[in-house]
Ligand binder design. Sequence first.
Ligand code: KG4
Length: 341
Amino acid sequence: MKDIYILGIESSCDDTSAAVLKNGILLSNVTASQAVHEAYGGVVPELASRAHQQNIVPVVDQALKRAGVTKEQLSAVAFTRGPGLMGSLLVGVSFAKGFARALGIPLVDVNHLNGHVLAHFIKESEDDHDQPEFPFICLLVSGGNSQIVRVNAYDNMKVLGQTIDDAAGEAIDKCSKVMGLGYPGGPIIDKLARQGNPLAYTFNKPHVSGYDYSFSGLKTSFLYSLKKWLVDDPDFIEHHKIDLAASLEKTIVDILMDKLRRAVKDTQINRVAVAGGVSANNGLRNAFREHAQKYGWEIFIPKFSYTTDNAAMIGINGYFKYLDKQFCSINAPAFSRVTIK
Ligand code: KG4
């Protein structure tokens, strides 16, 4: 059988990434992150799309070179069609369309959220067999999403619950910003939290029905508590930042795990995965390991490099869709908002 080479392209937010896969095995995964946003404490859409424009050609070039694959060998180009920032998406989408058209090969569109979930199917070698069986439950937690997903097949997913306001990553980033800690806040809070006492402070937890989440109240509770403490001690944050980080992280992890535990119990599917940028968090990873021990869950935790945005996850989705001949038209528009399907 002819070898299948897929080029994956991801540009939905502030990472420009390209990956090359051969028969579903990852050969290269190159990501250019954008430091330009650090000064602003969050992603600036216009700056993100400009940086994607600068990065996309060298990143694709590097991915092909590292894979040892020429563009003429490619079987298809898979790209993130949405959700994401429209200006960012358009750079990857336009590049993918132009590249595929020039090479005369099919285009495969990938939903970014499905991409995060299927990051668990990225194989770095033939004997990498640590993939979940279907169905499984996936907690998808990133800067833009917090969802509990029932994954029935690679192209059949059902959202059981999701945030009704902010995402978990967004809440961490905003709390980090009010503490003056920098952007993105997730890795900073994670590092500080490891040294602090998670029981030092308590913050409001939401009351939301079903498997849905809410994080905007926690953000407000965190902000008002800080304001109160800063009145008595203007250096309160500096003096207590490790305990603040540990307590904030614990609150978020508890909120996430409470609903997830309920979903696992109700569906009786005890294969449980975590995905998305926040799945890099050590507190959340430990909570997964504790739940595996206590409740007998079979857990799937991604490698750190596949938690945040990357093109390898787009490539593996593209590979599955390519095998099923699920191609997309050159006229397919990007979507800034689209849910899992
Ligand atoms: O998946 P991702 O790269 O982008 C989206 O699709 O949103 O996720 C980015 C989010 C940011 O909110 C970032 O702060 C968070 O993931 N994050 C973390 C950690 N690393 C990244 N949150 C908690 N702990 C971490 N170690």
